[in-house]
Design a protein around this ligand. Structure first.
Ligand code: PLP
Length: 389
């Protein structure tokens, strides 16, 4: 009975790959120097950071000097959005984003609205994809930034990033994308996809928490940003603070592994996801949320009719660690803003489950999860229909 629940919440975070930990280890005690220091200890640490920057840049088709390390995806989004707003406000004060973005994009946008910026929140279609004509029509002469995520953290839907980037570049508007869920899982290339700024994080791809990066284009066009953290002037003055060498090295190792194993992992994880859906789809009143094919391999987001969302989650907790809606808002009782944006009625949006399958999951685990889910749903439904004694 002391067995821990099966972990199926990989959109929230992932366990670290042991190879990542191994790569990080020497940088805690041995190569502990401050990368800014001009002596051997500093140079050792700096060499680790330099190599990591090259690895990360190569992974997305960028140059090393276009990578700024941050504490994660949230900070990268804040730096990109607020940094552009502050640097370009004399050019315009209009920003376009999407209703289904992560809170780390929506909240900085809302904050900017309180400062006098105007933000257009594009709706999505029933499948979670934005309408490119909507985007084109929303662009104005005072639009300075478009922010559309690559892959959604709740429904896994992958937006047509290259097309969006092309529209932005044709209108000479900067394009930022939150790639926290996409890095290492689908191919990314900042040139082919016309990306000017891209947020990344390590802990969604078996890397350490507390480390991420922002890609900032330096040519065609050169993107200007106002720094959001001032101090020692690290990271070209864009993000002051002593660099966290072990995390940075671990981030690069996680990216390196993810790229090498992308094809095989995607196939394996997709197989597990389809195995889960095949079993669950036999139940009545179950709906798959988001586009059927244009989504992340490990994502399965379902809405369940006729059960209470919290009761469902609670019933499954002993067997499976899974999330309802987004992990960041799971403490609130409000329906997920993403599912609501898909056009679900509130009640249907409420009883939803987000399975996030990762590379360490096995077919046996998936079968156990399927059984537990079906049993819990059936028991909740039968209780609902029993007369109260
Ligand atoms: C996890 C996540 C973030 C936040 O990244 P952190 O590194 O946890 O700050 C931002 N956007 C998306 C889409 C995410 O999935």
């Amino acid at each position: 009975m002391s067995k821990r629940p099966i972990y199926l919440d990989c959109h929230a975070t992932t366990p670290m790959d042991k190879r990542v930990l191994e790569a990080m280890m020497p940088y805690f005690v041995e190569h502990f120097g401050n990368p800014s220091s001009t002596h051997l200890y500093g140079w050792e640490a700096e060499a680790g950071v330099k190599q990591a920057r090259v690895t990360l840049a190569q992974a997305i088709g960028a140059n090393p000097e276009e990578i700024i390390f941050t504490s994660g995806g949230t900070e990268a989004n804040n730096l990109a959005i607020k940094g552009v707003a502050e640097a370009y406000f004399s050019k315009g004060r209009h920003i376009i984003t999407v209703q289904t973005e992560h809170r780390a994009v929506l909240d900085p946008c809302q904050y900017l609205e309180s400062l006098g910026f105007e933000v257009t929140y594009l709706p999505v279609q029933g499948d979670g994809l934005i309408d490119l004509d909507h985007l084109e029509n929303a662009l104005r002469s005072d639009t300075i930034l478009v922010s559309v995520m690559v892959a959604n953290n709740e429904i896994g839907v992958i937006q047509p990033i290259a097309e969006i980037g092309k529209i932005c570049h044709n209108h000479q508007v900067l394009f930022h994308t939150d790639a926290a869920q996409a890095l290492g899982k689908i191919p990314l290339n900042v040139h082919q996809q016309h990306i000017d700024l891209m947020s990344m994080t390590a802990h969604k791809i078996y890397g350490p928490k507390g480390i991420g990066a922002l890609y900032i284009r330096r040519r065609n066009p050169r993107v200007h940003l106002a720094s959001q953290i001032q101090g020692g002037g690290q990271e070209k003055g864009l993000r002051s603070g002593t660099l966290f060498t072990p995390q940075i090295v671990g981030f690069a190792k996680a990216v390196e592994i993810a790229l090498l194993e992308m094809e095989s992992q995607t196939k394996q994880i997709e197989m597990l996801r389809d195995r889960l859906w095949k079993q669950l789809s036999h139940l009545e009143g179950i709906h798959l949320n988001g586009h059927k094919t244009q989504r992340l391999a490990g994502n399965l987001n379902i809405s369940v009719e006729g059960v209470d969302g919290n009761a469902l989650l609670l019933g499954m907790q002993p067997t499976v660690a899974v999330s309802s809606g987004s992990a960041c808002s799971s403490t609130s009782t409000a329906p997920s803003h993403v599912l609501t944006a898909l056009g679900h009625r509130d009640s249907l949006a409420y009883a939803s489950l987000r399975f996030g399958i990762g590379k360490f999951n096995t077919p046996e685990e998936i079968d156990q999860v399927a059984t537990a889910t079906i049993t819990t749903i059936e028991s909740l439904r039968s209780r609902l229909h029993q007369p109260i004694k």
